[in-house]
Design a protein. Structure first.
Length: 346
């Protein structure tokens, strides 16, 4: 776990730190929409989606179809990133336009838009809070030694060596996305549950029909495994650098909004290719502070945010991609220590 500490604010600046930063960002014009950028990006991603499925149909009954599966895994990841931006209303100002287009993008990868948006909203409100953030619940992995000591079932078994199993387990994330979306439909409080269910069922039906219509059964199953496995690996690799290995808060840890977002997030260095591959989420600190800021503006906001944090004495962490994975895996290994120690004593 990172050694970052939460510094208390002085009473005279209480409630003003983020407001002052927000004014700087707004004055720089960084909250304005980028219609040209998103028109190009949506057209490119939609085009690649169509090209991928056209290539699947043309290649047909050949093991070269697994190369198409790998290509479509990356395209699905890019569609999921677009759904993310749309859900945050980075593309359209109006809620309805954002929701309609977001549901279309989510349906393209077989995800329940309503389930994901509700879950992601809770994450943004309290990132890395063990009591409030669904992304650090001990579902399969444990994220802190406290969770390890309380773990039962599969997390208790996997948690001992979870750092070594982390990337192999990410190959199941694509399947988990579909299963979790389906399970969420049983929740009657889910908004637009019938619509989400219809879109999810339509995606699964079309996807499986295409696979088993074009390919023999064995090859169809291989395509399914490669496509969904690499899709999950790509998605997990996108999100792992953002918060994993950063401080885990509890319900009693309630720093102000700026510190809550900055101290639990990590940026990843890189150029235009990193921005493209990670969908701008490598600027995670800026994204968490201004979730509706268009992703191409996040890089420009970085210097403003970094200087503001330096003025306040708030730690601002930025690393390379490999270093971010190393920190995340080191933290996971440390979190599982009580489980290894308990086994050694048994």
């Amino acid at each position: 776990m990172a050694s970052t500490t939460v510094r208390p604010r002085s009473p005279e600046t209480s409630g003003s730190d983020f407001a002052r930063l927000s004014r700087k960002v707004a004055d720089a014009g960084l909250l304005g929409r980028r219609p040209g950028y998103y028109a190009l990006r949506v057209t490119a991603v939609a085009g690649l989606y169509v090209v991928g499925w056209a290539a699947f149909a043309l290649v047909g009954d050949s093991w070269w179809t697994l190369a198409v599966a790998a290509f479509l895994a990356v395209v699905f990841g890019q569609v999921a990133l677009l759904a993310h931006d749309l859900a945050h209303r980075q593309v359209f100002r109006r809620r309805r336009a954002s929701e309609v287009s977001g549901r279309i993008a989510a349906a393209g990868v077989g995800m329940s838009y309503g389930w994901w948006q509700e879950k992601h909203t809770r994450h943004h409100a309290n990132p890395n809070n063990a009591d409030l953030d669904p992304d650090v619940e001990p579902d399969l992995l444990v994220w802190s030694q406290e969770q390890a000591r309380a773990a039962t079932g599969l997390p208790r078994v996997i948690g001992r060596w979870q750092a070594f199993l982390f990337f192999p387990l990410l190959t199941l994330e694509g399947f988990n996305l579909h299963v979790s979306s389906g399970k969420a439909l049983a929740n009657r409080s889910l908004k637009h549950r019938a619509l989400d269910g219809t879109l999810l069922a339509a995606h699964c039906a079309l996807y499986l029909t295409a696979l088993f219509w074009v390919l023999p059964p064995g090859m169809a199953i291989a395509f399914l495994a490669v496509h969904q496995g690499l899709f999950g690996l790509y998605l997990g690799s996108l999100f792992a650098p953002n918060h994993k290995g950063m401080p885990i808060l509890s319900g009693d840890d309630r720093p102000d909004f700026l510190r809550r977002q900055v101290l639990t997030s990590r940026n990843v260095n890189g150029g235009w290719f990193t921005d493209l591959a990670l969908g701008g989420l490598n600027h995670q600190i800026e994204h968490h502070l201004f979730p509706n800021m268009p992703s191409p503006n996040l890089r420009r906001a970085r210097d403003l945010v970094r200087r503001h944090c330096a003025e306040l004495g708030v730690d601002y962490l930025e690393t390379g991609l490999i270093a971010s994975y190393r920190q995340a895996l080191t933290s996971l290994h440390a979190a599982g220590a009580p489980l290894r120690n308990a086994r050694a004593r048994a």
